[in-house]
Design a protein around this ligand. Structure first.
Ligand SMILES: NC(=O)c1ccc[n+]([C@@H]2O[C@H](COP(=O)([O-])OP(=O)(O)OC[C@H]3O[C@@H](n4cnc5c(N)ncnc54)[C@H](O)[C@@H]3O)[C@@H](O)[C@H]2O)c1
Ligand SMILES: O=P(O)(O)OC[C@@H](O)[C@@H](O)[C@H](O)[C@H](O)CO
Length: 377
């Protein structure tokens, strides 16, 4: 079995590549980072270290790299050969990958009818479905119909904390021990995909929302509050009583909507939340707050980790006061190295905070959430 993975970054190498290789796939990475591609092709392997007392190391062998912009023919060939295509490039990049994917699928269809699964492993709800819609914009309706029988788009949730790597070796990656990969199987075909370490479910919605609104909402709370107080590492921020308390309060708000919406067992969910809080404190995994807080405009979107659960809280008749506080903190995020933070601050300077709340969160000024956020600024 062959897998083509777009994005040989932290999660790509530290999670998807490792799991796929352990599942028996021959893994090819496609990326735009020349150094990484060069090293993958030269060494054909890389190391993944587990960040705990064991420092267990895995060697991911038999890998290769393709520069996805400079080597289109090689890329289309790899797409034709692939049984599985995955991505971990960042949600905003999917739109730009779509024309390449459409062309690759068109060429693949002329050569083979072998089944192909496509999975976007990004932190977003129904990322693969959104990727599919972008790809379809570049295919005729006849081409879309022709692909339906053998190309399967599977939504997924991925969870493993992989910080920015500061190693001399550009391929070496240190990851936390925990991982979870949940894949939605809508039909019998998707069951043919053999990834023993993944969990296959009929309905992804509870899993992706539980992950995004617990791991990523909690992470965002700790990161934006930590940034305001001048901390560098998330584990450092978690030692601050005030930040820990707010992060827990935020998780109680999202926990309320998750347990109510999906009838989750409250005690089990409390255990899940505790596990997540302990993951943020891993002393063996230095994770920079500015990585977790990256792309604040994306994180403020109405379907992302902060605004979506806050809206659901209001629907369930509770005031998301702690989520509103974190949203207000995101609007104050001004890290110079983050283009979205700079764009957002420039907009606030020019148009004021009220307009910014509406523009970035999609919340109208008559909404209760608007006032809860405004109160904190
Ligand atoms: N790091 C984590 O802890 C983690 C965990 C779960 C999910 N995720 C998600 O995985 C995705 C990637 O995150 P990451 O932390 O690995 O980021 P990253 O920056 O380390 O990796 C992204 C990779 O994509 C490559 N890339 C960018 N544009 C590309 C293009 N047009 N074609 C091919 N490659 C391209 C980059 O060069 C980079 O190597 C994000 O959606 C993130 O939310 C990350
Ligand atoms: O990748 P982002 O920017 O969506 O979110 C930052 C972190 O919260 C995220 O990368 C987590 O580390 C990851 O989702 C853990 O599974």
């Amino acid at each position: 079995m062959k897998a083509l993975h777009f994005g040989a970054g932290n999660i790509g190498r530290g999670f998807i590549g490792l799991i796929l290789q352990q599942s028996g796939f021959e893994v090819t990475f496609a990326d735009i980072n020349e150094k990484v591609i060069e090293e993958l092709n030269y060494r054909k392997e890389y190391q993944v270290e587990i960040a705990d007392t064991t420092h267990e190391t895995f060697i991911v062998t038999g890998v290769q790299g393709i520069h996805s912009q400079k080597e289109p023919e090689k890329l289309f060939h790899a797409m034709t050969e692939a049984d599985l295509i995955t991505t971990a490039v960042g949600p905003s990049v999917l739109r730009y990958l779509a024309p390449t994917l459409a062309e690759g699928l068109r060429r693949r269809a002329k050569k083979t009818r072998r089944p192909l699964s496509i999975i976007a492993c990004e932190n977003m709800v129904r990322g693969t479905s959104k990727f599919q819609a972008f790809i379809q914009e570049h295919l005729s309706s006849e081409e879309q119909i022709a692909l339906q029988s053998n190309v399967h788009f599977l939504d997924a949730a991925v969870d493993r904390i992989v910080p920015i790597q500061e190693n001399e070796d550009p391929l070496f990656v240190v990851v936390e021990p925990y991982y979870e990969w949940v894949i939605e199987t809508k039909d019998s075909f998707s069951n043919q995909l053999s990834i023993p370490q993944a969990i296959f479910v009929d309905d992804l919605q509870p899993y992706i929302e539980r992950k995004l609104y617990t791991v990523n909402t909690g992470h965002a709370a700790a990161a934006y509050l930590g940034y305001k107080k001048g901390y560098k590492w998330v584990a450092e921020a978690m030692k601050d009583e005030e930040i820990l308390k707010t992060t827990k309060n935020v998780l109680n708000e999202t926990g309320y909507i998750l347990t109510k919406t999906y009838q989750l067992d409250e005690r089990e969910h409390q255990k899940y939340m505790n596990k997540i809080l302990s993951r943020f404190c891993n002393p063996y995994l230095p994770d920079d707050i500015v990585r977790i807080a990256r792309s604040p405009i994306r994180k403020l979107q109405p379907d992302d980790r902060l605004v979506a659960p806050a809206i659901k809280c209001l629907e369930l008749k509770i005031d998301p006061i702690h989520l509103a506080y974190v949203i207000a903190s995101v609007l104050k995020y001004d890290y110079k190295g983050d283009p979205e933070a700079q764009e957002m601050q420039a907009y606030i300077q020019e148009h004021g905070i009220e307009k910014a709340i509406q523009r970035y969160t999609g919340i109208s000024e008559n909404s209760r959430l608007f006032h809860l956020i405004r109160k904190h600024i």
